[in-house]
Write a protein that binds this ligand. Structure first.
Ligand SMILES: Cc1cc2nc3c(=O)[nH]c(=O)nc-3n(C[C@H](O)[C@H](O)[C@H](O)COP(=O)(O)OP(=O)(O)OC[C@H]3O[C@@H](n4cnc5c(N)ncnc54)[C@H](O)[C@@H]3O)c2cc1C
Length: 409
Protein backbone atom coordinates (compact mmCIF):
# COMPACT_ATOMS: atom_id res chain seq x y z
CA UNK A 1 0.00 0.00 0.00
CA UNK A 2 1.25 3.50 -0.87
CA UNK A 3 1.94 5.78 2.13
CA UNK A 4 0.26 9.13 1.96
CA UNK A 5 2.64 12.09 1.53
CA UNK A 6 2.18 14.74 4.24
CA UNK A 7 3.90 18.10 3.79
CA UNK A 8 5.23 19.88 6.89
CA UNK A 9 4.35 23.36 5.64
CA UNK A 10 2.34 24.50 2.61
CA UNK A 11 2.49 28.18 1.68
CA UNK A 12 -0.19 29.44 -0.72
CA UNK A 13 1.23 32.15 -3.03
CA UNK A 14 4.75 32.83 -4.36
CA UNK A 15 4.60 36.60 -3.87
CA UNK A 16 6.81 38.66 -1.56
CA UNK A 17 5.26 37.28 1.64
CA UNK A 18 5.22 33.62 0.58
CA UNK A 19 8.77 33.58 -0.76
CA UNK A 20 10.22 35.46 2.24
CA UNK A 21 8.55 32.99 4.61
CA UNK A 22 9.79 30.02 2.60
CA UNK A 23 13.39 31.37 2.38
CA UNK A 24 13.33 32.15 6.13
CA UNK A 25 12.22 28.59 6.92
CA UNK A 26 14.80 27.17 4.52
CA UNK A 27 17.56 29.11 6.31
CA UNK A 28 16.32 27.55 9.55
CA UNK A 29 16.50 24.07 8.05
CA UNK A 30 12.75 23.63 7.53
CA UNK A 31 11.28 22.58 4.19
CA UNK A 32 8.13 24.13 2.80
CA UNK A 33 6.12 23.75 -0.39
CA UNK A 34 4.94 26.96 -2.10
CA UNK A 35 1.84 26.68 -4.27
CA UNK A 36 1.53 29.40 -6.93
CA UNK A 37 -1.51 29.74 -9.19
CA UNK A 38 0.43 31.39 -12.09
CA UNK A 39 2.71 29.46 -14.40
CA UNK A 40 5.67 31.66 -13.38
CA UNK A 41 6.58 34.25 -10.74
CA UNK A 42 3.78 36.82 -11.03
CA UNK A 43 5.08 40.38 -11.29
CA UNK A 44 2.51 43.16 -11.00
CA UNK A 45 3.30 46.87 -10.73
CA UNK A 46 6.98 47.08 -11.93
CA UNK A 47 8.65 48.30 -8.70
CA UNK A 48 8.09 49.18 -5.04
CA UNK A 49 9.66 51.62 -2.66
CA UNK A 50 11.50 49.55 -0.10
CA UNK A 51 12.13 51.34 3.18
CA UNK A 52 14.57 50.70 6.01
CA UNK A 53 12.33 48.10 7.68
CA UNK A 54 12.05 46.21 4.39
CA UNK A 55 15.85 46.12 4.06
CA UNK A 56 16.18 44.74 7.58
CA UNK A 57 13.85 41.89 6.60
CA UNK A 58 15.66 41.29 3.28
CA UNK A 59 18.95 41.15 5.19
CA UNK A 60 17.47 38.70 7.70
CA UNK A 61 16.73 36.23 4.89
CA UNK A 62 20.06 36.96 3.17
CA UNK A 63 19.11 38.72 -0.10
CA UNK A 64 19.59 42.38 0.91
CA UNK A 65 23.10 42.82 -0.52
CA UNK A 66 22.26 41.37 -3.93
CA UNK A 67 19.32 43.78 -4.31
CA UNK A 68 21.42 46.73 -3.05
CA UNK A 69 23.86 46.15 -5.92
CA UNK A 70 20.99 46.36 -8.42
CA UNK A 71 19.25 49.51 -7.13
CA UNK A 72 20.38 53.03 -6.27
CA UNK A 73 19.88 54.51 -2.83
CA UNK A 74 17.24 57.26 -2.75
CA UNK A 75 18.64 60.26 -0.90
CA UNK A 76 15.48 62.19 -0.04
CA UNK A 77 11.87 63.06 -0.54
CA UNK A 78 10.62 66.29 -2.14
CA UNK A 79 6.91 67.03 -2.03
CA UNK A 80 5.42 69.78 -4.22
CA UNK A 81 1.87 71.11 -4.24
CA UNK A 82 0.47 71.34 -7.76
CA UNK A 83 -2.23 73.62 -6.30
CA UNK A 84 0.16 76.36 -5.13
CA UNK A 85 3.29 75.33 -7.03
CA UNK A 86 5.30 75.43 -3.75
CA UNK A 87 7.61 72.75 -2.42
CA UNK A 88 5.84 71.76 0.80
CA UNK A 89 8.52 69.51 2.28
CA UNK A 90 12.09 68.49 1.55
CA UNK A 91 13.46 65.60 3.58
CA UNK A 92 16.91 64.11 3.38
CA UNK A 93 17.30 60.36 3.97
CA UNK A 94 21.05 60.71 4.32
CA UNK A 95 21.03 63.26 7.11
CA UNK A 96 23.24 62.34 9.97
CA UNK A 97 21.63 61.40 13.26
CA UNK A 98 18.18 59.96 13.74
CA UNK A 99 16.89 60.49 10.20
CA UNK A 100 19.34 58.29 8.32
CA UNK A 101 17.31 55.65 6.52
CA UNK A 102 17.85 53.32 3.61
CA UNK A 103 15.30 53.62 0.80
CA UNK A 104 15.54 52.10 -2.67
CA UNK A 105 12.90 51.54 -5.30
CA UNK A 106 13.24 47.85 -6.06
CA UNK A 107 12.10 46.21 -9.29
CA UNK A 108 9.58 43.58 -8.24
CA UNK A 109 10.86 41.01 -10.73
CA UNK A 110 14.36 41.24 -9.25
CA UNK A 111 13.06 40.96 -5.69
CA UNK A 112 10.95 37.88 -6.45
CA UNK A 113 13.81 36.26 -8.39
CA UNK A 114 16.34 36.99 -5.64
CA UNK A 115 14.10 35.23 -3.12
CA UNK A 116 13.08 32.34 -5.39
CA UNK A 117 16.72 31.65 -6.34
CA UNK A 118 17.52 30.94 -2.69
CA UNK A 119 15.06 28.05 -2.54
CA UNK A 120 15.91 24.43 -3.30
CA UNK A 121 14.52 23.34 -6.66
CA UNK A 122 11.00 21.97 -6.48
CA UNK A 123 10.02 24.23 -3.56
CA UNK A 124 7.70 26.32 -5.76
CA UNK A 125 4.96 24.43 -7.55
CA UNK A 126 3.44 26.58 -10.31
CA UNK A 127 -0.05 26.24 -11.89
CA UNK A 128 -1.31 25.23 -8.45
CA UNK A 129 -4.30 27.34 -7.54
CA UNK A 130 -5.80 26.53 -4.14
CA UNK A 131 -9.60 26.61 -4.34
CA UNK A 132 -10.68 25.06 -1.03
CA UNK A 133 -9.38 24.01 2.38
CA UNK A 134 -10.55 20.98 4.30
CA UNK A 135 -9.96 19.87 7.91
CA UNK A 136 -8.58 16.40 8.45
CA UNK A 137 -7.78 15.69 12.10
CA UNK A 138 -4.48 17.41 12.95
CA UNK A 139 -3.92 18.25 9.27
CA UNK A 140 -5.34 20.47 6.55
CA UNK A 141 -6.01 19.43 2.99
CA UNK A 142 -5.52 22.01 0.24
CA UNK A 143 -7.70 21.35 -2.81
CA UNK A 144 -6.26 22.63 -6.09
CA UNK A 145 -8.17 23.76 -9.17
CA UNK A 146 -6.86 20.74 -11.15
CA UNK A 147 -8.40 18.32 -8.64
CA UNK A 148 -5.15 17.50 -6.79
CA UNK A 149 -5.18 17.46 -2.99
CA UNK A 150 -2.21 18.18 -0.70
CA UNK A 151 -2.19 17.23 2.98
CA UNK A 152 -0.15 19.38 5.35
CA UNK A 153 0.69 20.00 9.00
CA UNK A 154 0.65 23.80 8.49
CA UNK A 155 -1.16 25.92 5.91
CA UNK A 156 -0.02 29.53 5.38
CA UNK A 157 -2.02 31.94 3.22
CA UNK A 158 0.24 34.39 1.37
CA UNK A 159 -2.26 34.56 -1.45
CA UNK A 160 -2.73 38.32 -1.66
CA UNK A 161 -5.68 40.65 -1.42
CA UNK A 162 -8.31 38.09 -2.56
CA UNK A 163 -6.98 35.37 -0.25
CA UNK A 164 -8.90 32.11 0.00
CA UNK A 165 -7.07 31.34 3.25
CA UNK A 166 -8.12 34.69 4.82
CA UNK A 167 -11.70 33.86 3.82
CA UNK A 168 -11.39 30.44 5.48
CA UNK A 169 -10.15 32.21 8.65
CA UNK A 170 -13.29 34.37 8.62
CA UNK A 171 -11.95 37.65 7.17
CA UNK A 172 -14.29 39.61 4.92
CA UNK A 173 -13.33 40.64 1.39
CA UNK A 174 -10.97 43.65 1.52
CA UNK A 175 -12.83 46.98 1.29
CA UNK A 176 -12.49 49.24 -1.75
CA UNK A 177 -11.29 52.78 -0.96
CA UNK A 178 -12.88 54.28 -4.07
CA UNK A 179 -9.35 55.14 -5.23
CA UNK A 180 -7.20 53.72 -8.02
CA UNK A 181 -3.51 53.78 -8.86
CA UNK A 182 -1.78 53.56 -12.22
CA UNK A 183 1.89 52.50 -12.16
CA UNK A 184 4.49 52.63 -14.87
CA UNK A 185 8.22 52.33 -15.43
CA UNK A 186 10.17 54.33 -18.00
CA UNK A 187 13.27 52.49 -19.21
CA UNK A 188 16.07 54.56 -20.83
CA UNK A 189 18.84 53.31 -23.12
CA UNK A 190 21.41 55.46 -21.32
CA UNK A 191 21.67 57.07 -17.88
CA UNK A 192 18.52 59.17 -17.28
CA UNK A 193 20.49 61.65 -15.18
CA UNK A 194 17.78 62.11 -12.57
CA UNK A 195 18.66 62.83 -8.96
CA UNK A 196 18.03 59.74 -6.81
CA UNK A 197 15.07 61.41 -5.07
CA UNK A 198 11.50 60.43 -4.34
CA UNK A 199 9.49 63.22 -6.03
CA UNK A 200 5.85 63.61 -5.02
CA UNK A 201 3.30 66.05 -6.41
CA UNK A 202 0.00 66.60 -4.66
CA UNK A 203 -2.90 67.94 -6.71
CA UNK A 204 -6.57 68.51 -6.10
CA UNK A 205 -7.88 64.97 -5.66
CA UNK A 206 -4.79 63.20 -6.97
CA UNK A 207 -1.20 62.33 -6.10
CA UNK A 208 1.62 61.56 -8.48
CA UNK A 209 5.13 60.41 -7.77
CA UNK A 210 8.35 59.28 -9.42
CA UNK A 211 11.54 57.67 -8.20
CA UNK A 212 14.55 56.15 -9.98
CA UNK A 213 15.17 52.41 -9.46
CA UNK A 214 18.61 52.46 -11.05
CA UNK A 215 20.48 54.59 -13.61
CA UNK A 216 18.22 53.51 -16.49
CA UNK A 217 14.75 53.08 -14.97
CA UNK A 218 12.28 55.47 -13.38
CA UNK A 219 9.17 54.18 -11.64
CA UNK A 220 6.11 56.44 -11.48
CA UNK A 221 2.59 56.26 -10.09
CA UNK A 222 -0.63 58.27 -10.28
CA UNK A 223 -3.33 57.82 -7.62
CA UNK A 224 -6.79 59.33 -7.91
CA UNK A 225 -10.47 58.97 -7.04
CA UNK A 226 -12.61 58.74 -10.18
CA UNK A 227 -15.90 60.60 -10.10
CA UNK A 228 -18.93 59.04 -11.79
CA UNK A 229 -18.16 60.69 -15.17
CA UNK A 230 -14.70 59.06 -15.08
CA UNK A 231 -16.15 55.54 -15.06
CA UNK A 232 -15.60 55.01 -18.80
CA UNK A 233 -11.91 55.95 -18.34
CA UNK A 234 -11.32 52.76 -16.36
CA UNK A 235 -12.03 50.74 -19.49
CA UNK A 236 -10.34 53.03 -22.02
CA UNK A 237 -6.53 53.26 -21.51
CA UNK A 238 -6.06 55.87 -24.30
CA UNK A 239 -8.61 58.25 -22.74
CA UNK A 240 -7.19 57.51 -19.29
CA UNK A 241 -3.73 58.53 -20.49
CA UNK A 242 -5.12 61.82 -21.87
CA UNK A 243 -6.90 62.43 -18.57
CA UNK A 244 -3.73 61.83 -16.52
CA UNK A 245 -1.49 63.95 -18.76
CA UNK A 246 -4.00 66.82 -18.61
CA UNK A 247 -3.96 66.71 -14.80
CA UNK A 248 -0.18 67.09 -14.86
CA UNK A 249 -0.07 70.41 -16.71
CA UNK A 250 1.65 72.17 -13.80
CA UNK A 251 4.24 69.45 -13.30
CA UNK A 252 7.87 70.05 -14.37
CA UNK A 253 8.17 68.89 -17.97
CA UNK A 254 11.15 66.60 -17.36
CA UNK A 255 9.16 64.54 -14.81
CA UNK A 256 6.00 64.63 -16.92
CA UNK A 257 8.01 63.41 -19.91
CA UNK A 258 8.37 59.81 -18.79
CA UNK A 259 4.68 59.52 -17.90
CA UNK A 260 3.83 60.79 -21.40
CA UNK A 261 6.40 58.36 -22.79
CA UNK A 262 4.53 55.36 -21.28
CA UNK A 263 2.39 53.47 -23.83
CA UNK A 264 -1.37 54.07 -23.47
CA UNK A 265 -1.94 50.30 -23.18
CA UNK A 266 0.04 50.33 -19.91
CA UNK A 267 -2.41 52.74 -18.27
CA UNK A 268 -4.12 50.03 -16.25
CA UNK A 269 -5.73 51.27 -13.03
CA UNK A 270 -5.38 49.08 -9.90
CA UNK A 271 -8.20 49.47 -7.36
CA UNK A 272 -6.85 50.30 -3.87
CA UNK A 273 -8.23 48.06 -1.13
CA UNK A 274 -7.68 47.81 2.61
CA UNK A 275 -8.85 46.00 5.72
CA UNK A 276 -10.63 47.98 8.42
CA UNK A 277 -8.61 48.33 11.66
CA UNK A 278 -11.37 46.68 13.72
CA UNK A 279 -11.26 43.60 11.47
CA UNK A 280 -7.52 43.35 12.04
CA UNK A 281 -8.09 43.88 15.76
CA UNK A 282 -10.74 41.17 16.11
CA UNK A 283 -10.02 38.79 13.22
CA UNK A 284 -8.26 35.41 13.34
CA UNK A 285 -4.73 35.96 12.03
CA UNK A 286 -4.21 32.33 12.92
CA UNK A 287 -6.53 29.46 13.78
CA UNK A 288 -5.09 26.07 14.76
CA UNK A 289 -2.44 25.26 12.14
CA UNK A 290 -3.51 27.94 9.61
CA UNK A 291 -2.48 31.59 9.34
CA UNK A 292 -2.16 34.48 6.87
CA UNK A 293 0.66 36.90 5.99
CA UNK A 294 1.26 39.81 3.60
CA UNK A 295 -1.69 41.31 1.72
CA UNK A 296 -3.80 38.31 2.71
CA UNK A 297 -3.55 39.65 6.26
CA UNK A 298 -3.23 43.42 5.86
CA UNK A 299 -4.21 44.72 2.43
CA UNK A 300 -3.55 48.46 2.64
CA UNK A 301 -3.31 51.57 0.51
CA UNK A 302 0.16 52.28 -0.97
CA UNK A 303 0.36 55.86 0.38
CA UNK A 304 3.39 55.34 2.63
CA UNK A 305 4.89 52.51 0.55
CA UNK A 306 4.75 50.07 3.43
CA UNK A 307 2.50 47.14 2.54
CA UNK A 308 5.16 45.13 0.73
CA UNK A 309 7.72 46.04 3.40
CA UNK A 310 5.31 44.71 6.04
CA UNK A 311 4.89 41.54 3.96
CA UNK A 312 8.68 41.09 4.17
CA UNK A 313 8.56 41.62 7.96
CA UNK A 314 5.70 39.07 8.24
CA UNK A 315 7.83 36.47 6.45
CA UNK A 316 10.77 36.84 8.86
CA UNK A 317 8.60 36.80 12.00
CA UNK A 318 6.52 33.88 10.76
CA UNK A 319 9.56 31.75 9.87
CA UNK A 320 11.11 32.51 13.28
CA UNK A 321 7.95 31.65 15.24
CA UNK A 322 7.12 28.57 13.18
CA UNK A 323 10.60 27.13 13.61
CA UNK A 324 9.79 26.87 17.34
CA UNK A 325 6.80 24.69 16.46
CA UNK A 326 9.10 22.31 14.59
CA UNK A 327 12.08 22.24 16.95
CA UNK A 328 12.66 18.97 18.76
CA UNK A 329 15.43 17.12 20.55
CA UNK A 330 17.43 15.11 17.98
CA UNK A 331 16.26 11.50 17.84
CA UNK A 332 12.97 12.13 19.67
CA UNK A 333 9.57 11.42 18.19
CA UNK A 334 6.72 13.90 18.66
CA UNK A 335 3.15 12.67 18.74
CA UNK A 336 0.78 14.19 16.14
CA UNK A 337 -1.29 15.94 18.78
CA UNK A 338 1.73 17.41 20.59
CA UNK A 339 3.14 18.70 17.32
CA UNK A 340 -0.23 20.28 16.43
CA UNK A 341 -0.30 22.07 19.80
CA UNK A 342 3.24 23.38 19.33
CA UNK A 343 2.44 24.61 15.83
CA UNK A 344 -0.75 26.27 17.07
CA UNK A 345 1.20 28.06 19.83
CA UNK A 346 3.89 29.22 17.40
CA UNK A 347 1.27 30.68 15.03
CA UNK A 348 -0.48 32.43 17.94
CA UNK A 349 2.85 34.00 18.84
CA UNK A 350 3.25 35.20 15.24
CA UNK A 351 -0.28 36.65 15.27
CA UNK A 352 0.42 38.53 18.53
CA UNK A 353 3.59 40.02 17.07
CA UNK A 354 1.96 41.15 13.82
CA UNK A 355 -1.51 42.31 14.84
CA UNK A 356 -0.69 45.81 16.15
CA UNK A 357 1.99 46.46 13.59
CA UNK A 358 -0.53 45.66 10.82
CA UNK A 359 -3.18 47.92 12.35
CA UNK A 360 -0.74 50.79 12.91
CA UNK A 361 0.75 50.79 9.41
CA UNK A 362 -2.47 50.23 7.49
CA UNK A 363 -4.39 52.89 9.43
CA UNK A 364 -1.56 55.42 8.99
CA UNK A 365 -1.39 54.67 5.29
CA UNK A 366 -5.13 55.16 4.85
CA UNK A 367 -5.06 58.44 6.77
CA UNK A 368 -2.05 59.82 4.87
CA UNK A 369 -3.68 58.90 1.55
CA UNK A 370 -6.94 60.62 2.47
CA UNK A 371 -5.13 63.84 3.40
CA UNK A 372 -2.68 63.80 0.49
CA UNK A 373 -5.40 63.24 -2.05
CA UNK A 374 -7.91 65.64 -0.55
CA UNK A 375 -10.34 67.48 -2.86
CA UNK A 376 -11.49 69.96 -0.21
CA UNK A 377 -9.82 73.38 -0.29
CA UNK A 378 -9.51 73.50 3.50
CA UNK A 379 -7.77 70.13 3.78
CA UNK A 380 -5.53 70.93 0.78
CA UNK A 381 -4.56 74.17 2.52
CA UNK A 382 -3.80 72.39 5.84
CA UNK A 383 -1.92 69.64 3.97
CA UNK A 384 0.32 72.12 2.12
CA UNK A 385 0.79 74.75 4.86
CA UNK A 386 0.52 72.97 8.22
CA UNK A 387 0.78 69.19 7.93
CA UNK A 388 3.48 68.79 5.25
CA UNK A 389 6.38 68.06 7.62
CA UNK A 390 4.22 65.91 9.89
CA UNK A 391 3.17 63.77 6.91
CA UNK A 392 6.74 63.47 5.60
CA UNK A 393 7.91 62.36 9.07
CA UNK A 394 5.36 59.53 9.15
CA UNK A 395 7.35 57.80 6.41
CA UNK A 396 10.34 57.78 8.75
CA UNK A 397 8.36 56.68 11.76
CA UNK A 398 6.74 53.67 10.13
CA UNK A 399 9.98 52.51 8.52
CA UNK A 400 11.84 52.69 11.86
CA UNK A 401 10.85 49.15 12.77
CA UNK A 402 13.07 46.13 13.16
CA UNK A 403 11.47 42.72 12.66
CA UNK A 404 14.63 41.09 14.05
CA UNK A 405 16.62 38.18 12.72
CA UNK A 406 15.50 34.61 12.06
CA UNK A 407 16.82 33.34 15.35
CA UNK A 408 14.74 33.93 18.47
CA UNK A 409 17.58 34.61 20.87
C1 LIG B 1 -0.67 50.46 -6.60
C2 LIG B 1 0.19 49.81 -5.55
C3 LIG B 1 1.44 50.35 -5.22
C4 LIG B 1 2.22 49.76 -4.21
N1 LIG B 1 3.43 50.31 -3.85
C5 LIG B 1 4.14 49.77 -2.82
C6 LIG B 1 5.38 50.33 -2.40
O1 LIG B 1 5.86 51.32 -2.95
N2 LIG B 1 6.03 49.76 -1.33
C7 LIG B 1 5.52 48.66 -0.69
O2 LIG B 1 6.13 48.18 0.28
N3 LIG B 1 4.36 48.09 -1.09
C8 LIG B 1 3.67 48.62 -2.13
N4 LIG B 1 2.50 48.04 -2.53
C9 LIG B 1 2.02 46.85 -1.84
C10 LIG B 1 2.70 45.56 -2.31
O3 LIG B 1 2.60 45.44 -3.69
C11 LIG B 1 1.98 44.38 -1.66
O4 LIG B 1 1.85 44.62 -0.30
C12 LIG B 1 2.78 43.10 -1.86
O5 LIG B 1 2.85 42.75 -3.23
C13 LIG B 1 2.10 41.96 -1.10
O6 LIG B 1 2.79 40.76 -1.31
P1 LIG B 1 2.03 39.39 -1.05
O7 LIG B 1 3.05 38.35 -1.27
O8 LIG B 1 1.32 39.44 0.26
O9 LIG B 1 0.86 39.34 -2.14
P2 LIG B 1 0.97 39.29 -3.73
O10 LIG B 1 2.12 40.10 -4.21
O11 LIG B 1 -0.39 39.66 -4.23
O12 LIG B 1 1.26 37.78 -4.06
C14 LIG B 1 0.27 36.79 -3.90
C15 LIG B 1 0.65 35.59 -4.75
O13 LIG B 1 -0.29 34.54 -4.49
C16 LIG B 1 -0.73 33.99 -5.72
N5 LIG B 1 -2.09 33.47 -5.45
C17 LIG B 1 -3.21 34.18 -5.22
N6 LIG B 1 -4.25 33.36 -4.97
C18 LIG B 1 -3.77 32.11 -5.04
C19 LIG B 1 -4.36 30.81 -4.86
N7 LIG B 1 -5.65 30.67 -4.57
N8 LIG B 1 -3.57 29.71 -5.01
C20 LIG B 1 -2.24 29.83 -5.30
N9 LIG B 1 -1.64 31.04 -5.48
C21 LIG B 1 -2.39 32.15 -5.34
C22 LIG B 1 -0.68 35.14 -6.71
O14 LIG B 1 -0.59 34.69 -8.05
C23 LIG B 1 0.57 35.87 -6.26
O15 LIG B 1 1.74 35.38 -6.87
C24 LIG B 1 1.73 48.61 -3.55
C25 LIG B 1 0.48 48.05 -3.91
C26 LIG B 1 -0.27 48.65 -4.91
C27 LIG B 1 -1.63 48.04 -5.29
Amino acid sequence: METEVVEDIVIVGAGIAGLTTSVGLHRLGIRSLVLESSDNLRVTGFAMNTWENGWKALDAVGVGDLLRQQHIQVNGNVTTSLVTGDQTSVTSFNATGKQHIEVRCVKRKLMLEALANELPSGTIRYKSKVVAIQESGFYKIAHLADGTTIKTKVLIGCDGVNSVVAKWLGFKKASFTGRYEIRGCAEFKTNHGFEPRFMQFLGKGFRVGAVPCDERAIYWFFTWTPISQDKELEENPAKLKQYVVKKLEKMPSDVKYFIEKTEADDFLPAPLRYRHPWELMLGNISKGNVCVAGDALHPMTPDIGQSGCCALEDGVVLARCLSEGFSKEPGTHIKEKDQYIRIEESLKKYARERRWRSIDVSFTSYMVGSIQQAESQLISFLRDKVLATFLANLYFKKSAYDCGTLNSS
